[in-house]
Design a protein around this ligand. Structure first.
Ligand code: NAD
Length: 406
């Protein structure tokens, strides 16, 4: 029979995935979106299908006409019989979908975080319970496309494809899948990006791009005098030396954590965890004009042209920073806090992460960190391993899951 693929979500990325999967004649593509009235709005237009407008690198444009077989908000209709479930929403909405699919999920289902964001597997195992042992979790390090909805349910634009994209597998020991997972995932996505199998989920977690925003926010706004600005400052291209040092320091701590884990857990390959400067040089090499250091690489990255700080306009022409934006609200509890948690289990001290988290949690009115320990009362609102009862490094690599399936 057909491979049944379910997309969870109704945003930019969800339209792309559901649409690209539908194009394959041997895939049945379904959509589960539970947010507001998205399912009704999308389903109302489903008969006429929708368009993916692809902007190619050479400037040409291709239109793909596509049509998922089902769009619903009812997990009872969407989930039974599904082979692959892609969760394509911001991390704060993951839990809602894990809870929705849990009662209906079959054995041997593949659950894909596209992207996963830090702590995806911890949360999935926690909410799926024993069923997770009979499933496999796949985590992508980012979204495959730069994309945006032009008109909900009718037209989505792909502005660019990544060339390659890392993905890790965490396989339940009772999951019996015969079809190779990375290859099947590649088939669902299409030719681009080339999916690269990263050996383990902790390496993917330590490489999540959520490390970028919080240090830049902290560096920019911790010494702000509180006076509104007359324009929105550039986010990446306005980077100063202090911000670059903070980001570089946080990244050093993630790399040090990976090295410490590799020493303590025999057989684990953490070589995918590289410094953020090296990552920029690898991923954006054509877009960066000055590669002399991290600050200059970010300031001269064309992919960042014109991107500004998240700001609220409090009066016409007067702007203040928006600390509720996902750069803080998501990238701290589902980003750098889980990374700090892993560093803590690995016995690595993290002065930069601690400094950044301490300031961010104040702005978010939360307490995650007390001094340099993750013992704050709001740890329950994060995806740190400690929240789920992982208190030793080995806990991350033993139990009902295989971290290195090939
Ligand atoms: P998006 O902004 O389009 O997501 C919005 C969707 O999330 C909504 O349509 C809805 O389905 C769901 N949602 C929003 N609020 C919700 C709520 N309160 N409860 C439940 N569901 C809710 O997201 P996207 O652009 O598809 O990106 C998905 C992820 O990929 C994000 O983490 C984003 O940071 C990351 N990402 C996006 C891009 C891009 O080009 N769009 C690029 C790289 C990474």
């Amino acid at each position: 029979g057909k491979l049944v693929v379910l997309t969870c979500g109704g945003g930019n990325g969800a339209h792309c995935l559901a649409g690209l999967a539908s194009v394959r004649p041997d895939i049945e593509s379904r959509v589960l979106t539970m947010y507001a009235d998205e399912a009704e709005r999308w389903a109302a237009n489903l008969d006429s299908g929708f368009i993916i407008t692809v902007h190619n690198d050479d400037g040409s444009i291709k239109s793909i006409k596509t049509k998922p077989s089902l769009v619903t908000k009812d997990p009872k209709k969407a989930v039974p019989g599904v082979d692959y479930i892609f969760i394509v929403v911001p991390a704060f909405a993951h839990a809602m979908y894990f809870e929705a699919i849990a009662p209906y999920i079959d054995d041997n289902t593949v659950i894909v975080g596209l992207p996963g964001q830090a702590g995806f597997e911890f949360e999935c195992v926690n909410l799926l319970g024993d069923k997770a042992k009979r499933c496999t979790m796949v985590t992508f390090e980012s979204l495959p496309w730069a994309c945006r909805l032009v008109e909900f349910g009718k037209n989505v634009e792909i502005l660019g494809f990544k060339d390659t994209l890392g993905a890790s597998l965490l396989k339940g020991k009772e999951c019996n899948l015969t079809k190779p997972i990375i290859e099947t995932t590649q088939y669902i996505l299409g030719e681009k990006p080339k999916v690269r199998h990263v050996q383990n989920y902790i390496a993917i977690t330590l490489m999540a791009k959520s490390i970028v925003h919080p240090p830049i926010m902290y560096g920019k706004w911790s010494q702000w005098d509180g006076k509104p600005l007359s324009e929105k400052p550039l986010f990446y291209q306005g980077l100063d030396e202090r911000q670059a040092e903070l980001l570089s320091g946080v990244s050093d701590e993630c790399v040090a954590t990976a090295k410490a884990i590799e020493k303590k857990v025999p057989g684990l390959d953490m070589s995918d965890v590289i410094h953020v400067f090296d990552w920029y040089l690898n991923y954006y090499s054509d877009q960066i004009t000055d590669k002399s250091n991290l600050m200059m690489a970010m300031r001269t990255n064309k992919a960042y042209d014109g991107l500004v700080h998240p700001m609220k306009e409090i009066e016409p022409g007067k702007y203040v920073p928006d600390f509720t934006y996902r750069y803080m609200a998501e990238d701290v509890p589902e980003g750098i806090v889980p990374m700090k948690g892993i560093a803590e289990l690995a016995g690595v001290s993290t002065p930069y992460l601690d400094e950044v988290i301490t300031w961010c949690q104040g702005k978010l009115n939360k307490e995650f960190l007390v001094g340099n320990k993750l013992t704050g009362k709001d740890l329950k609102d994060t995806r740190a391993p400690q929240k789920y009862g992982y208190n030793k490094l080995e806990d991350l690599f033993t139990g009902s899951f295989e971290v290195t399936p090939r």
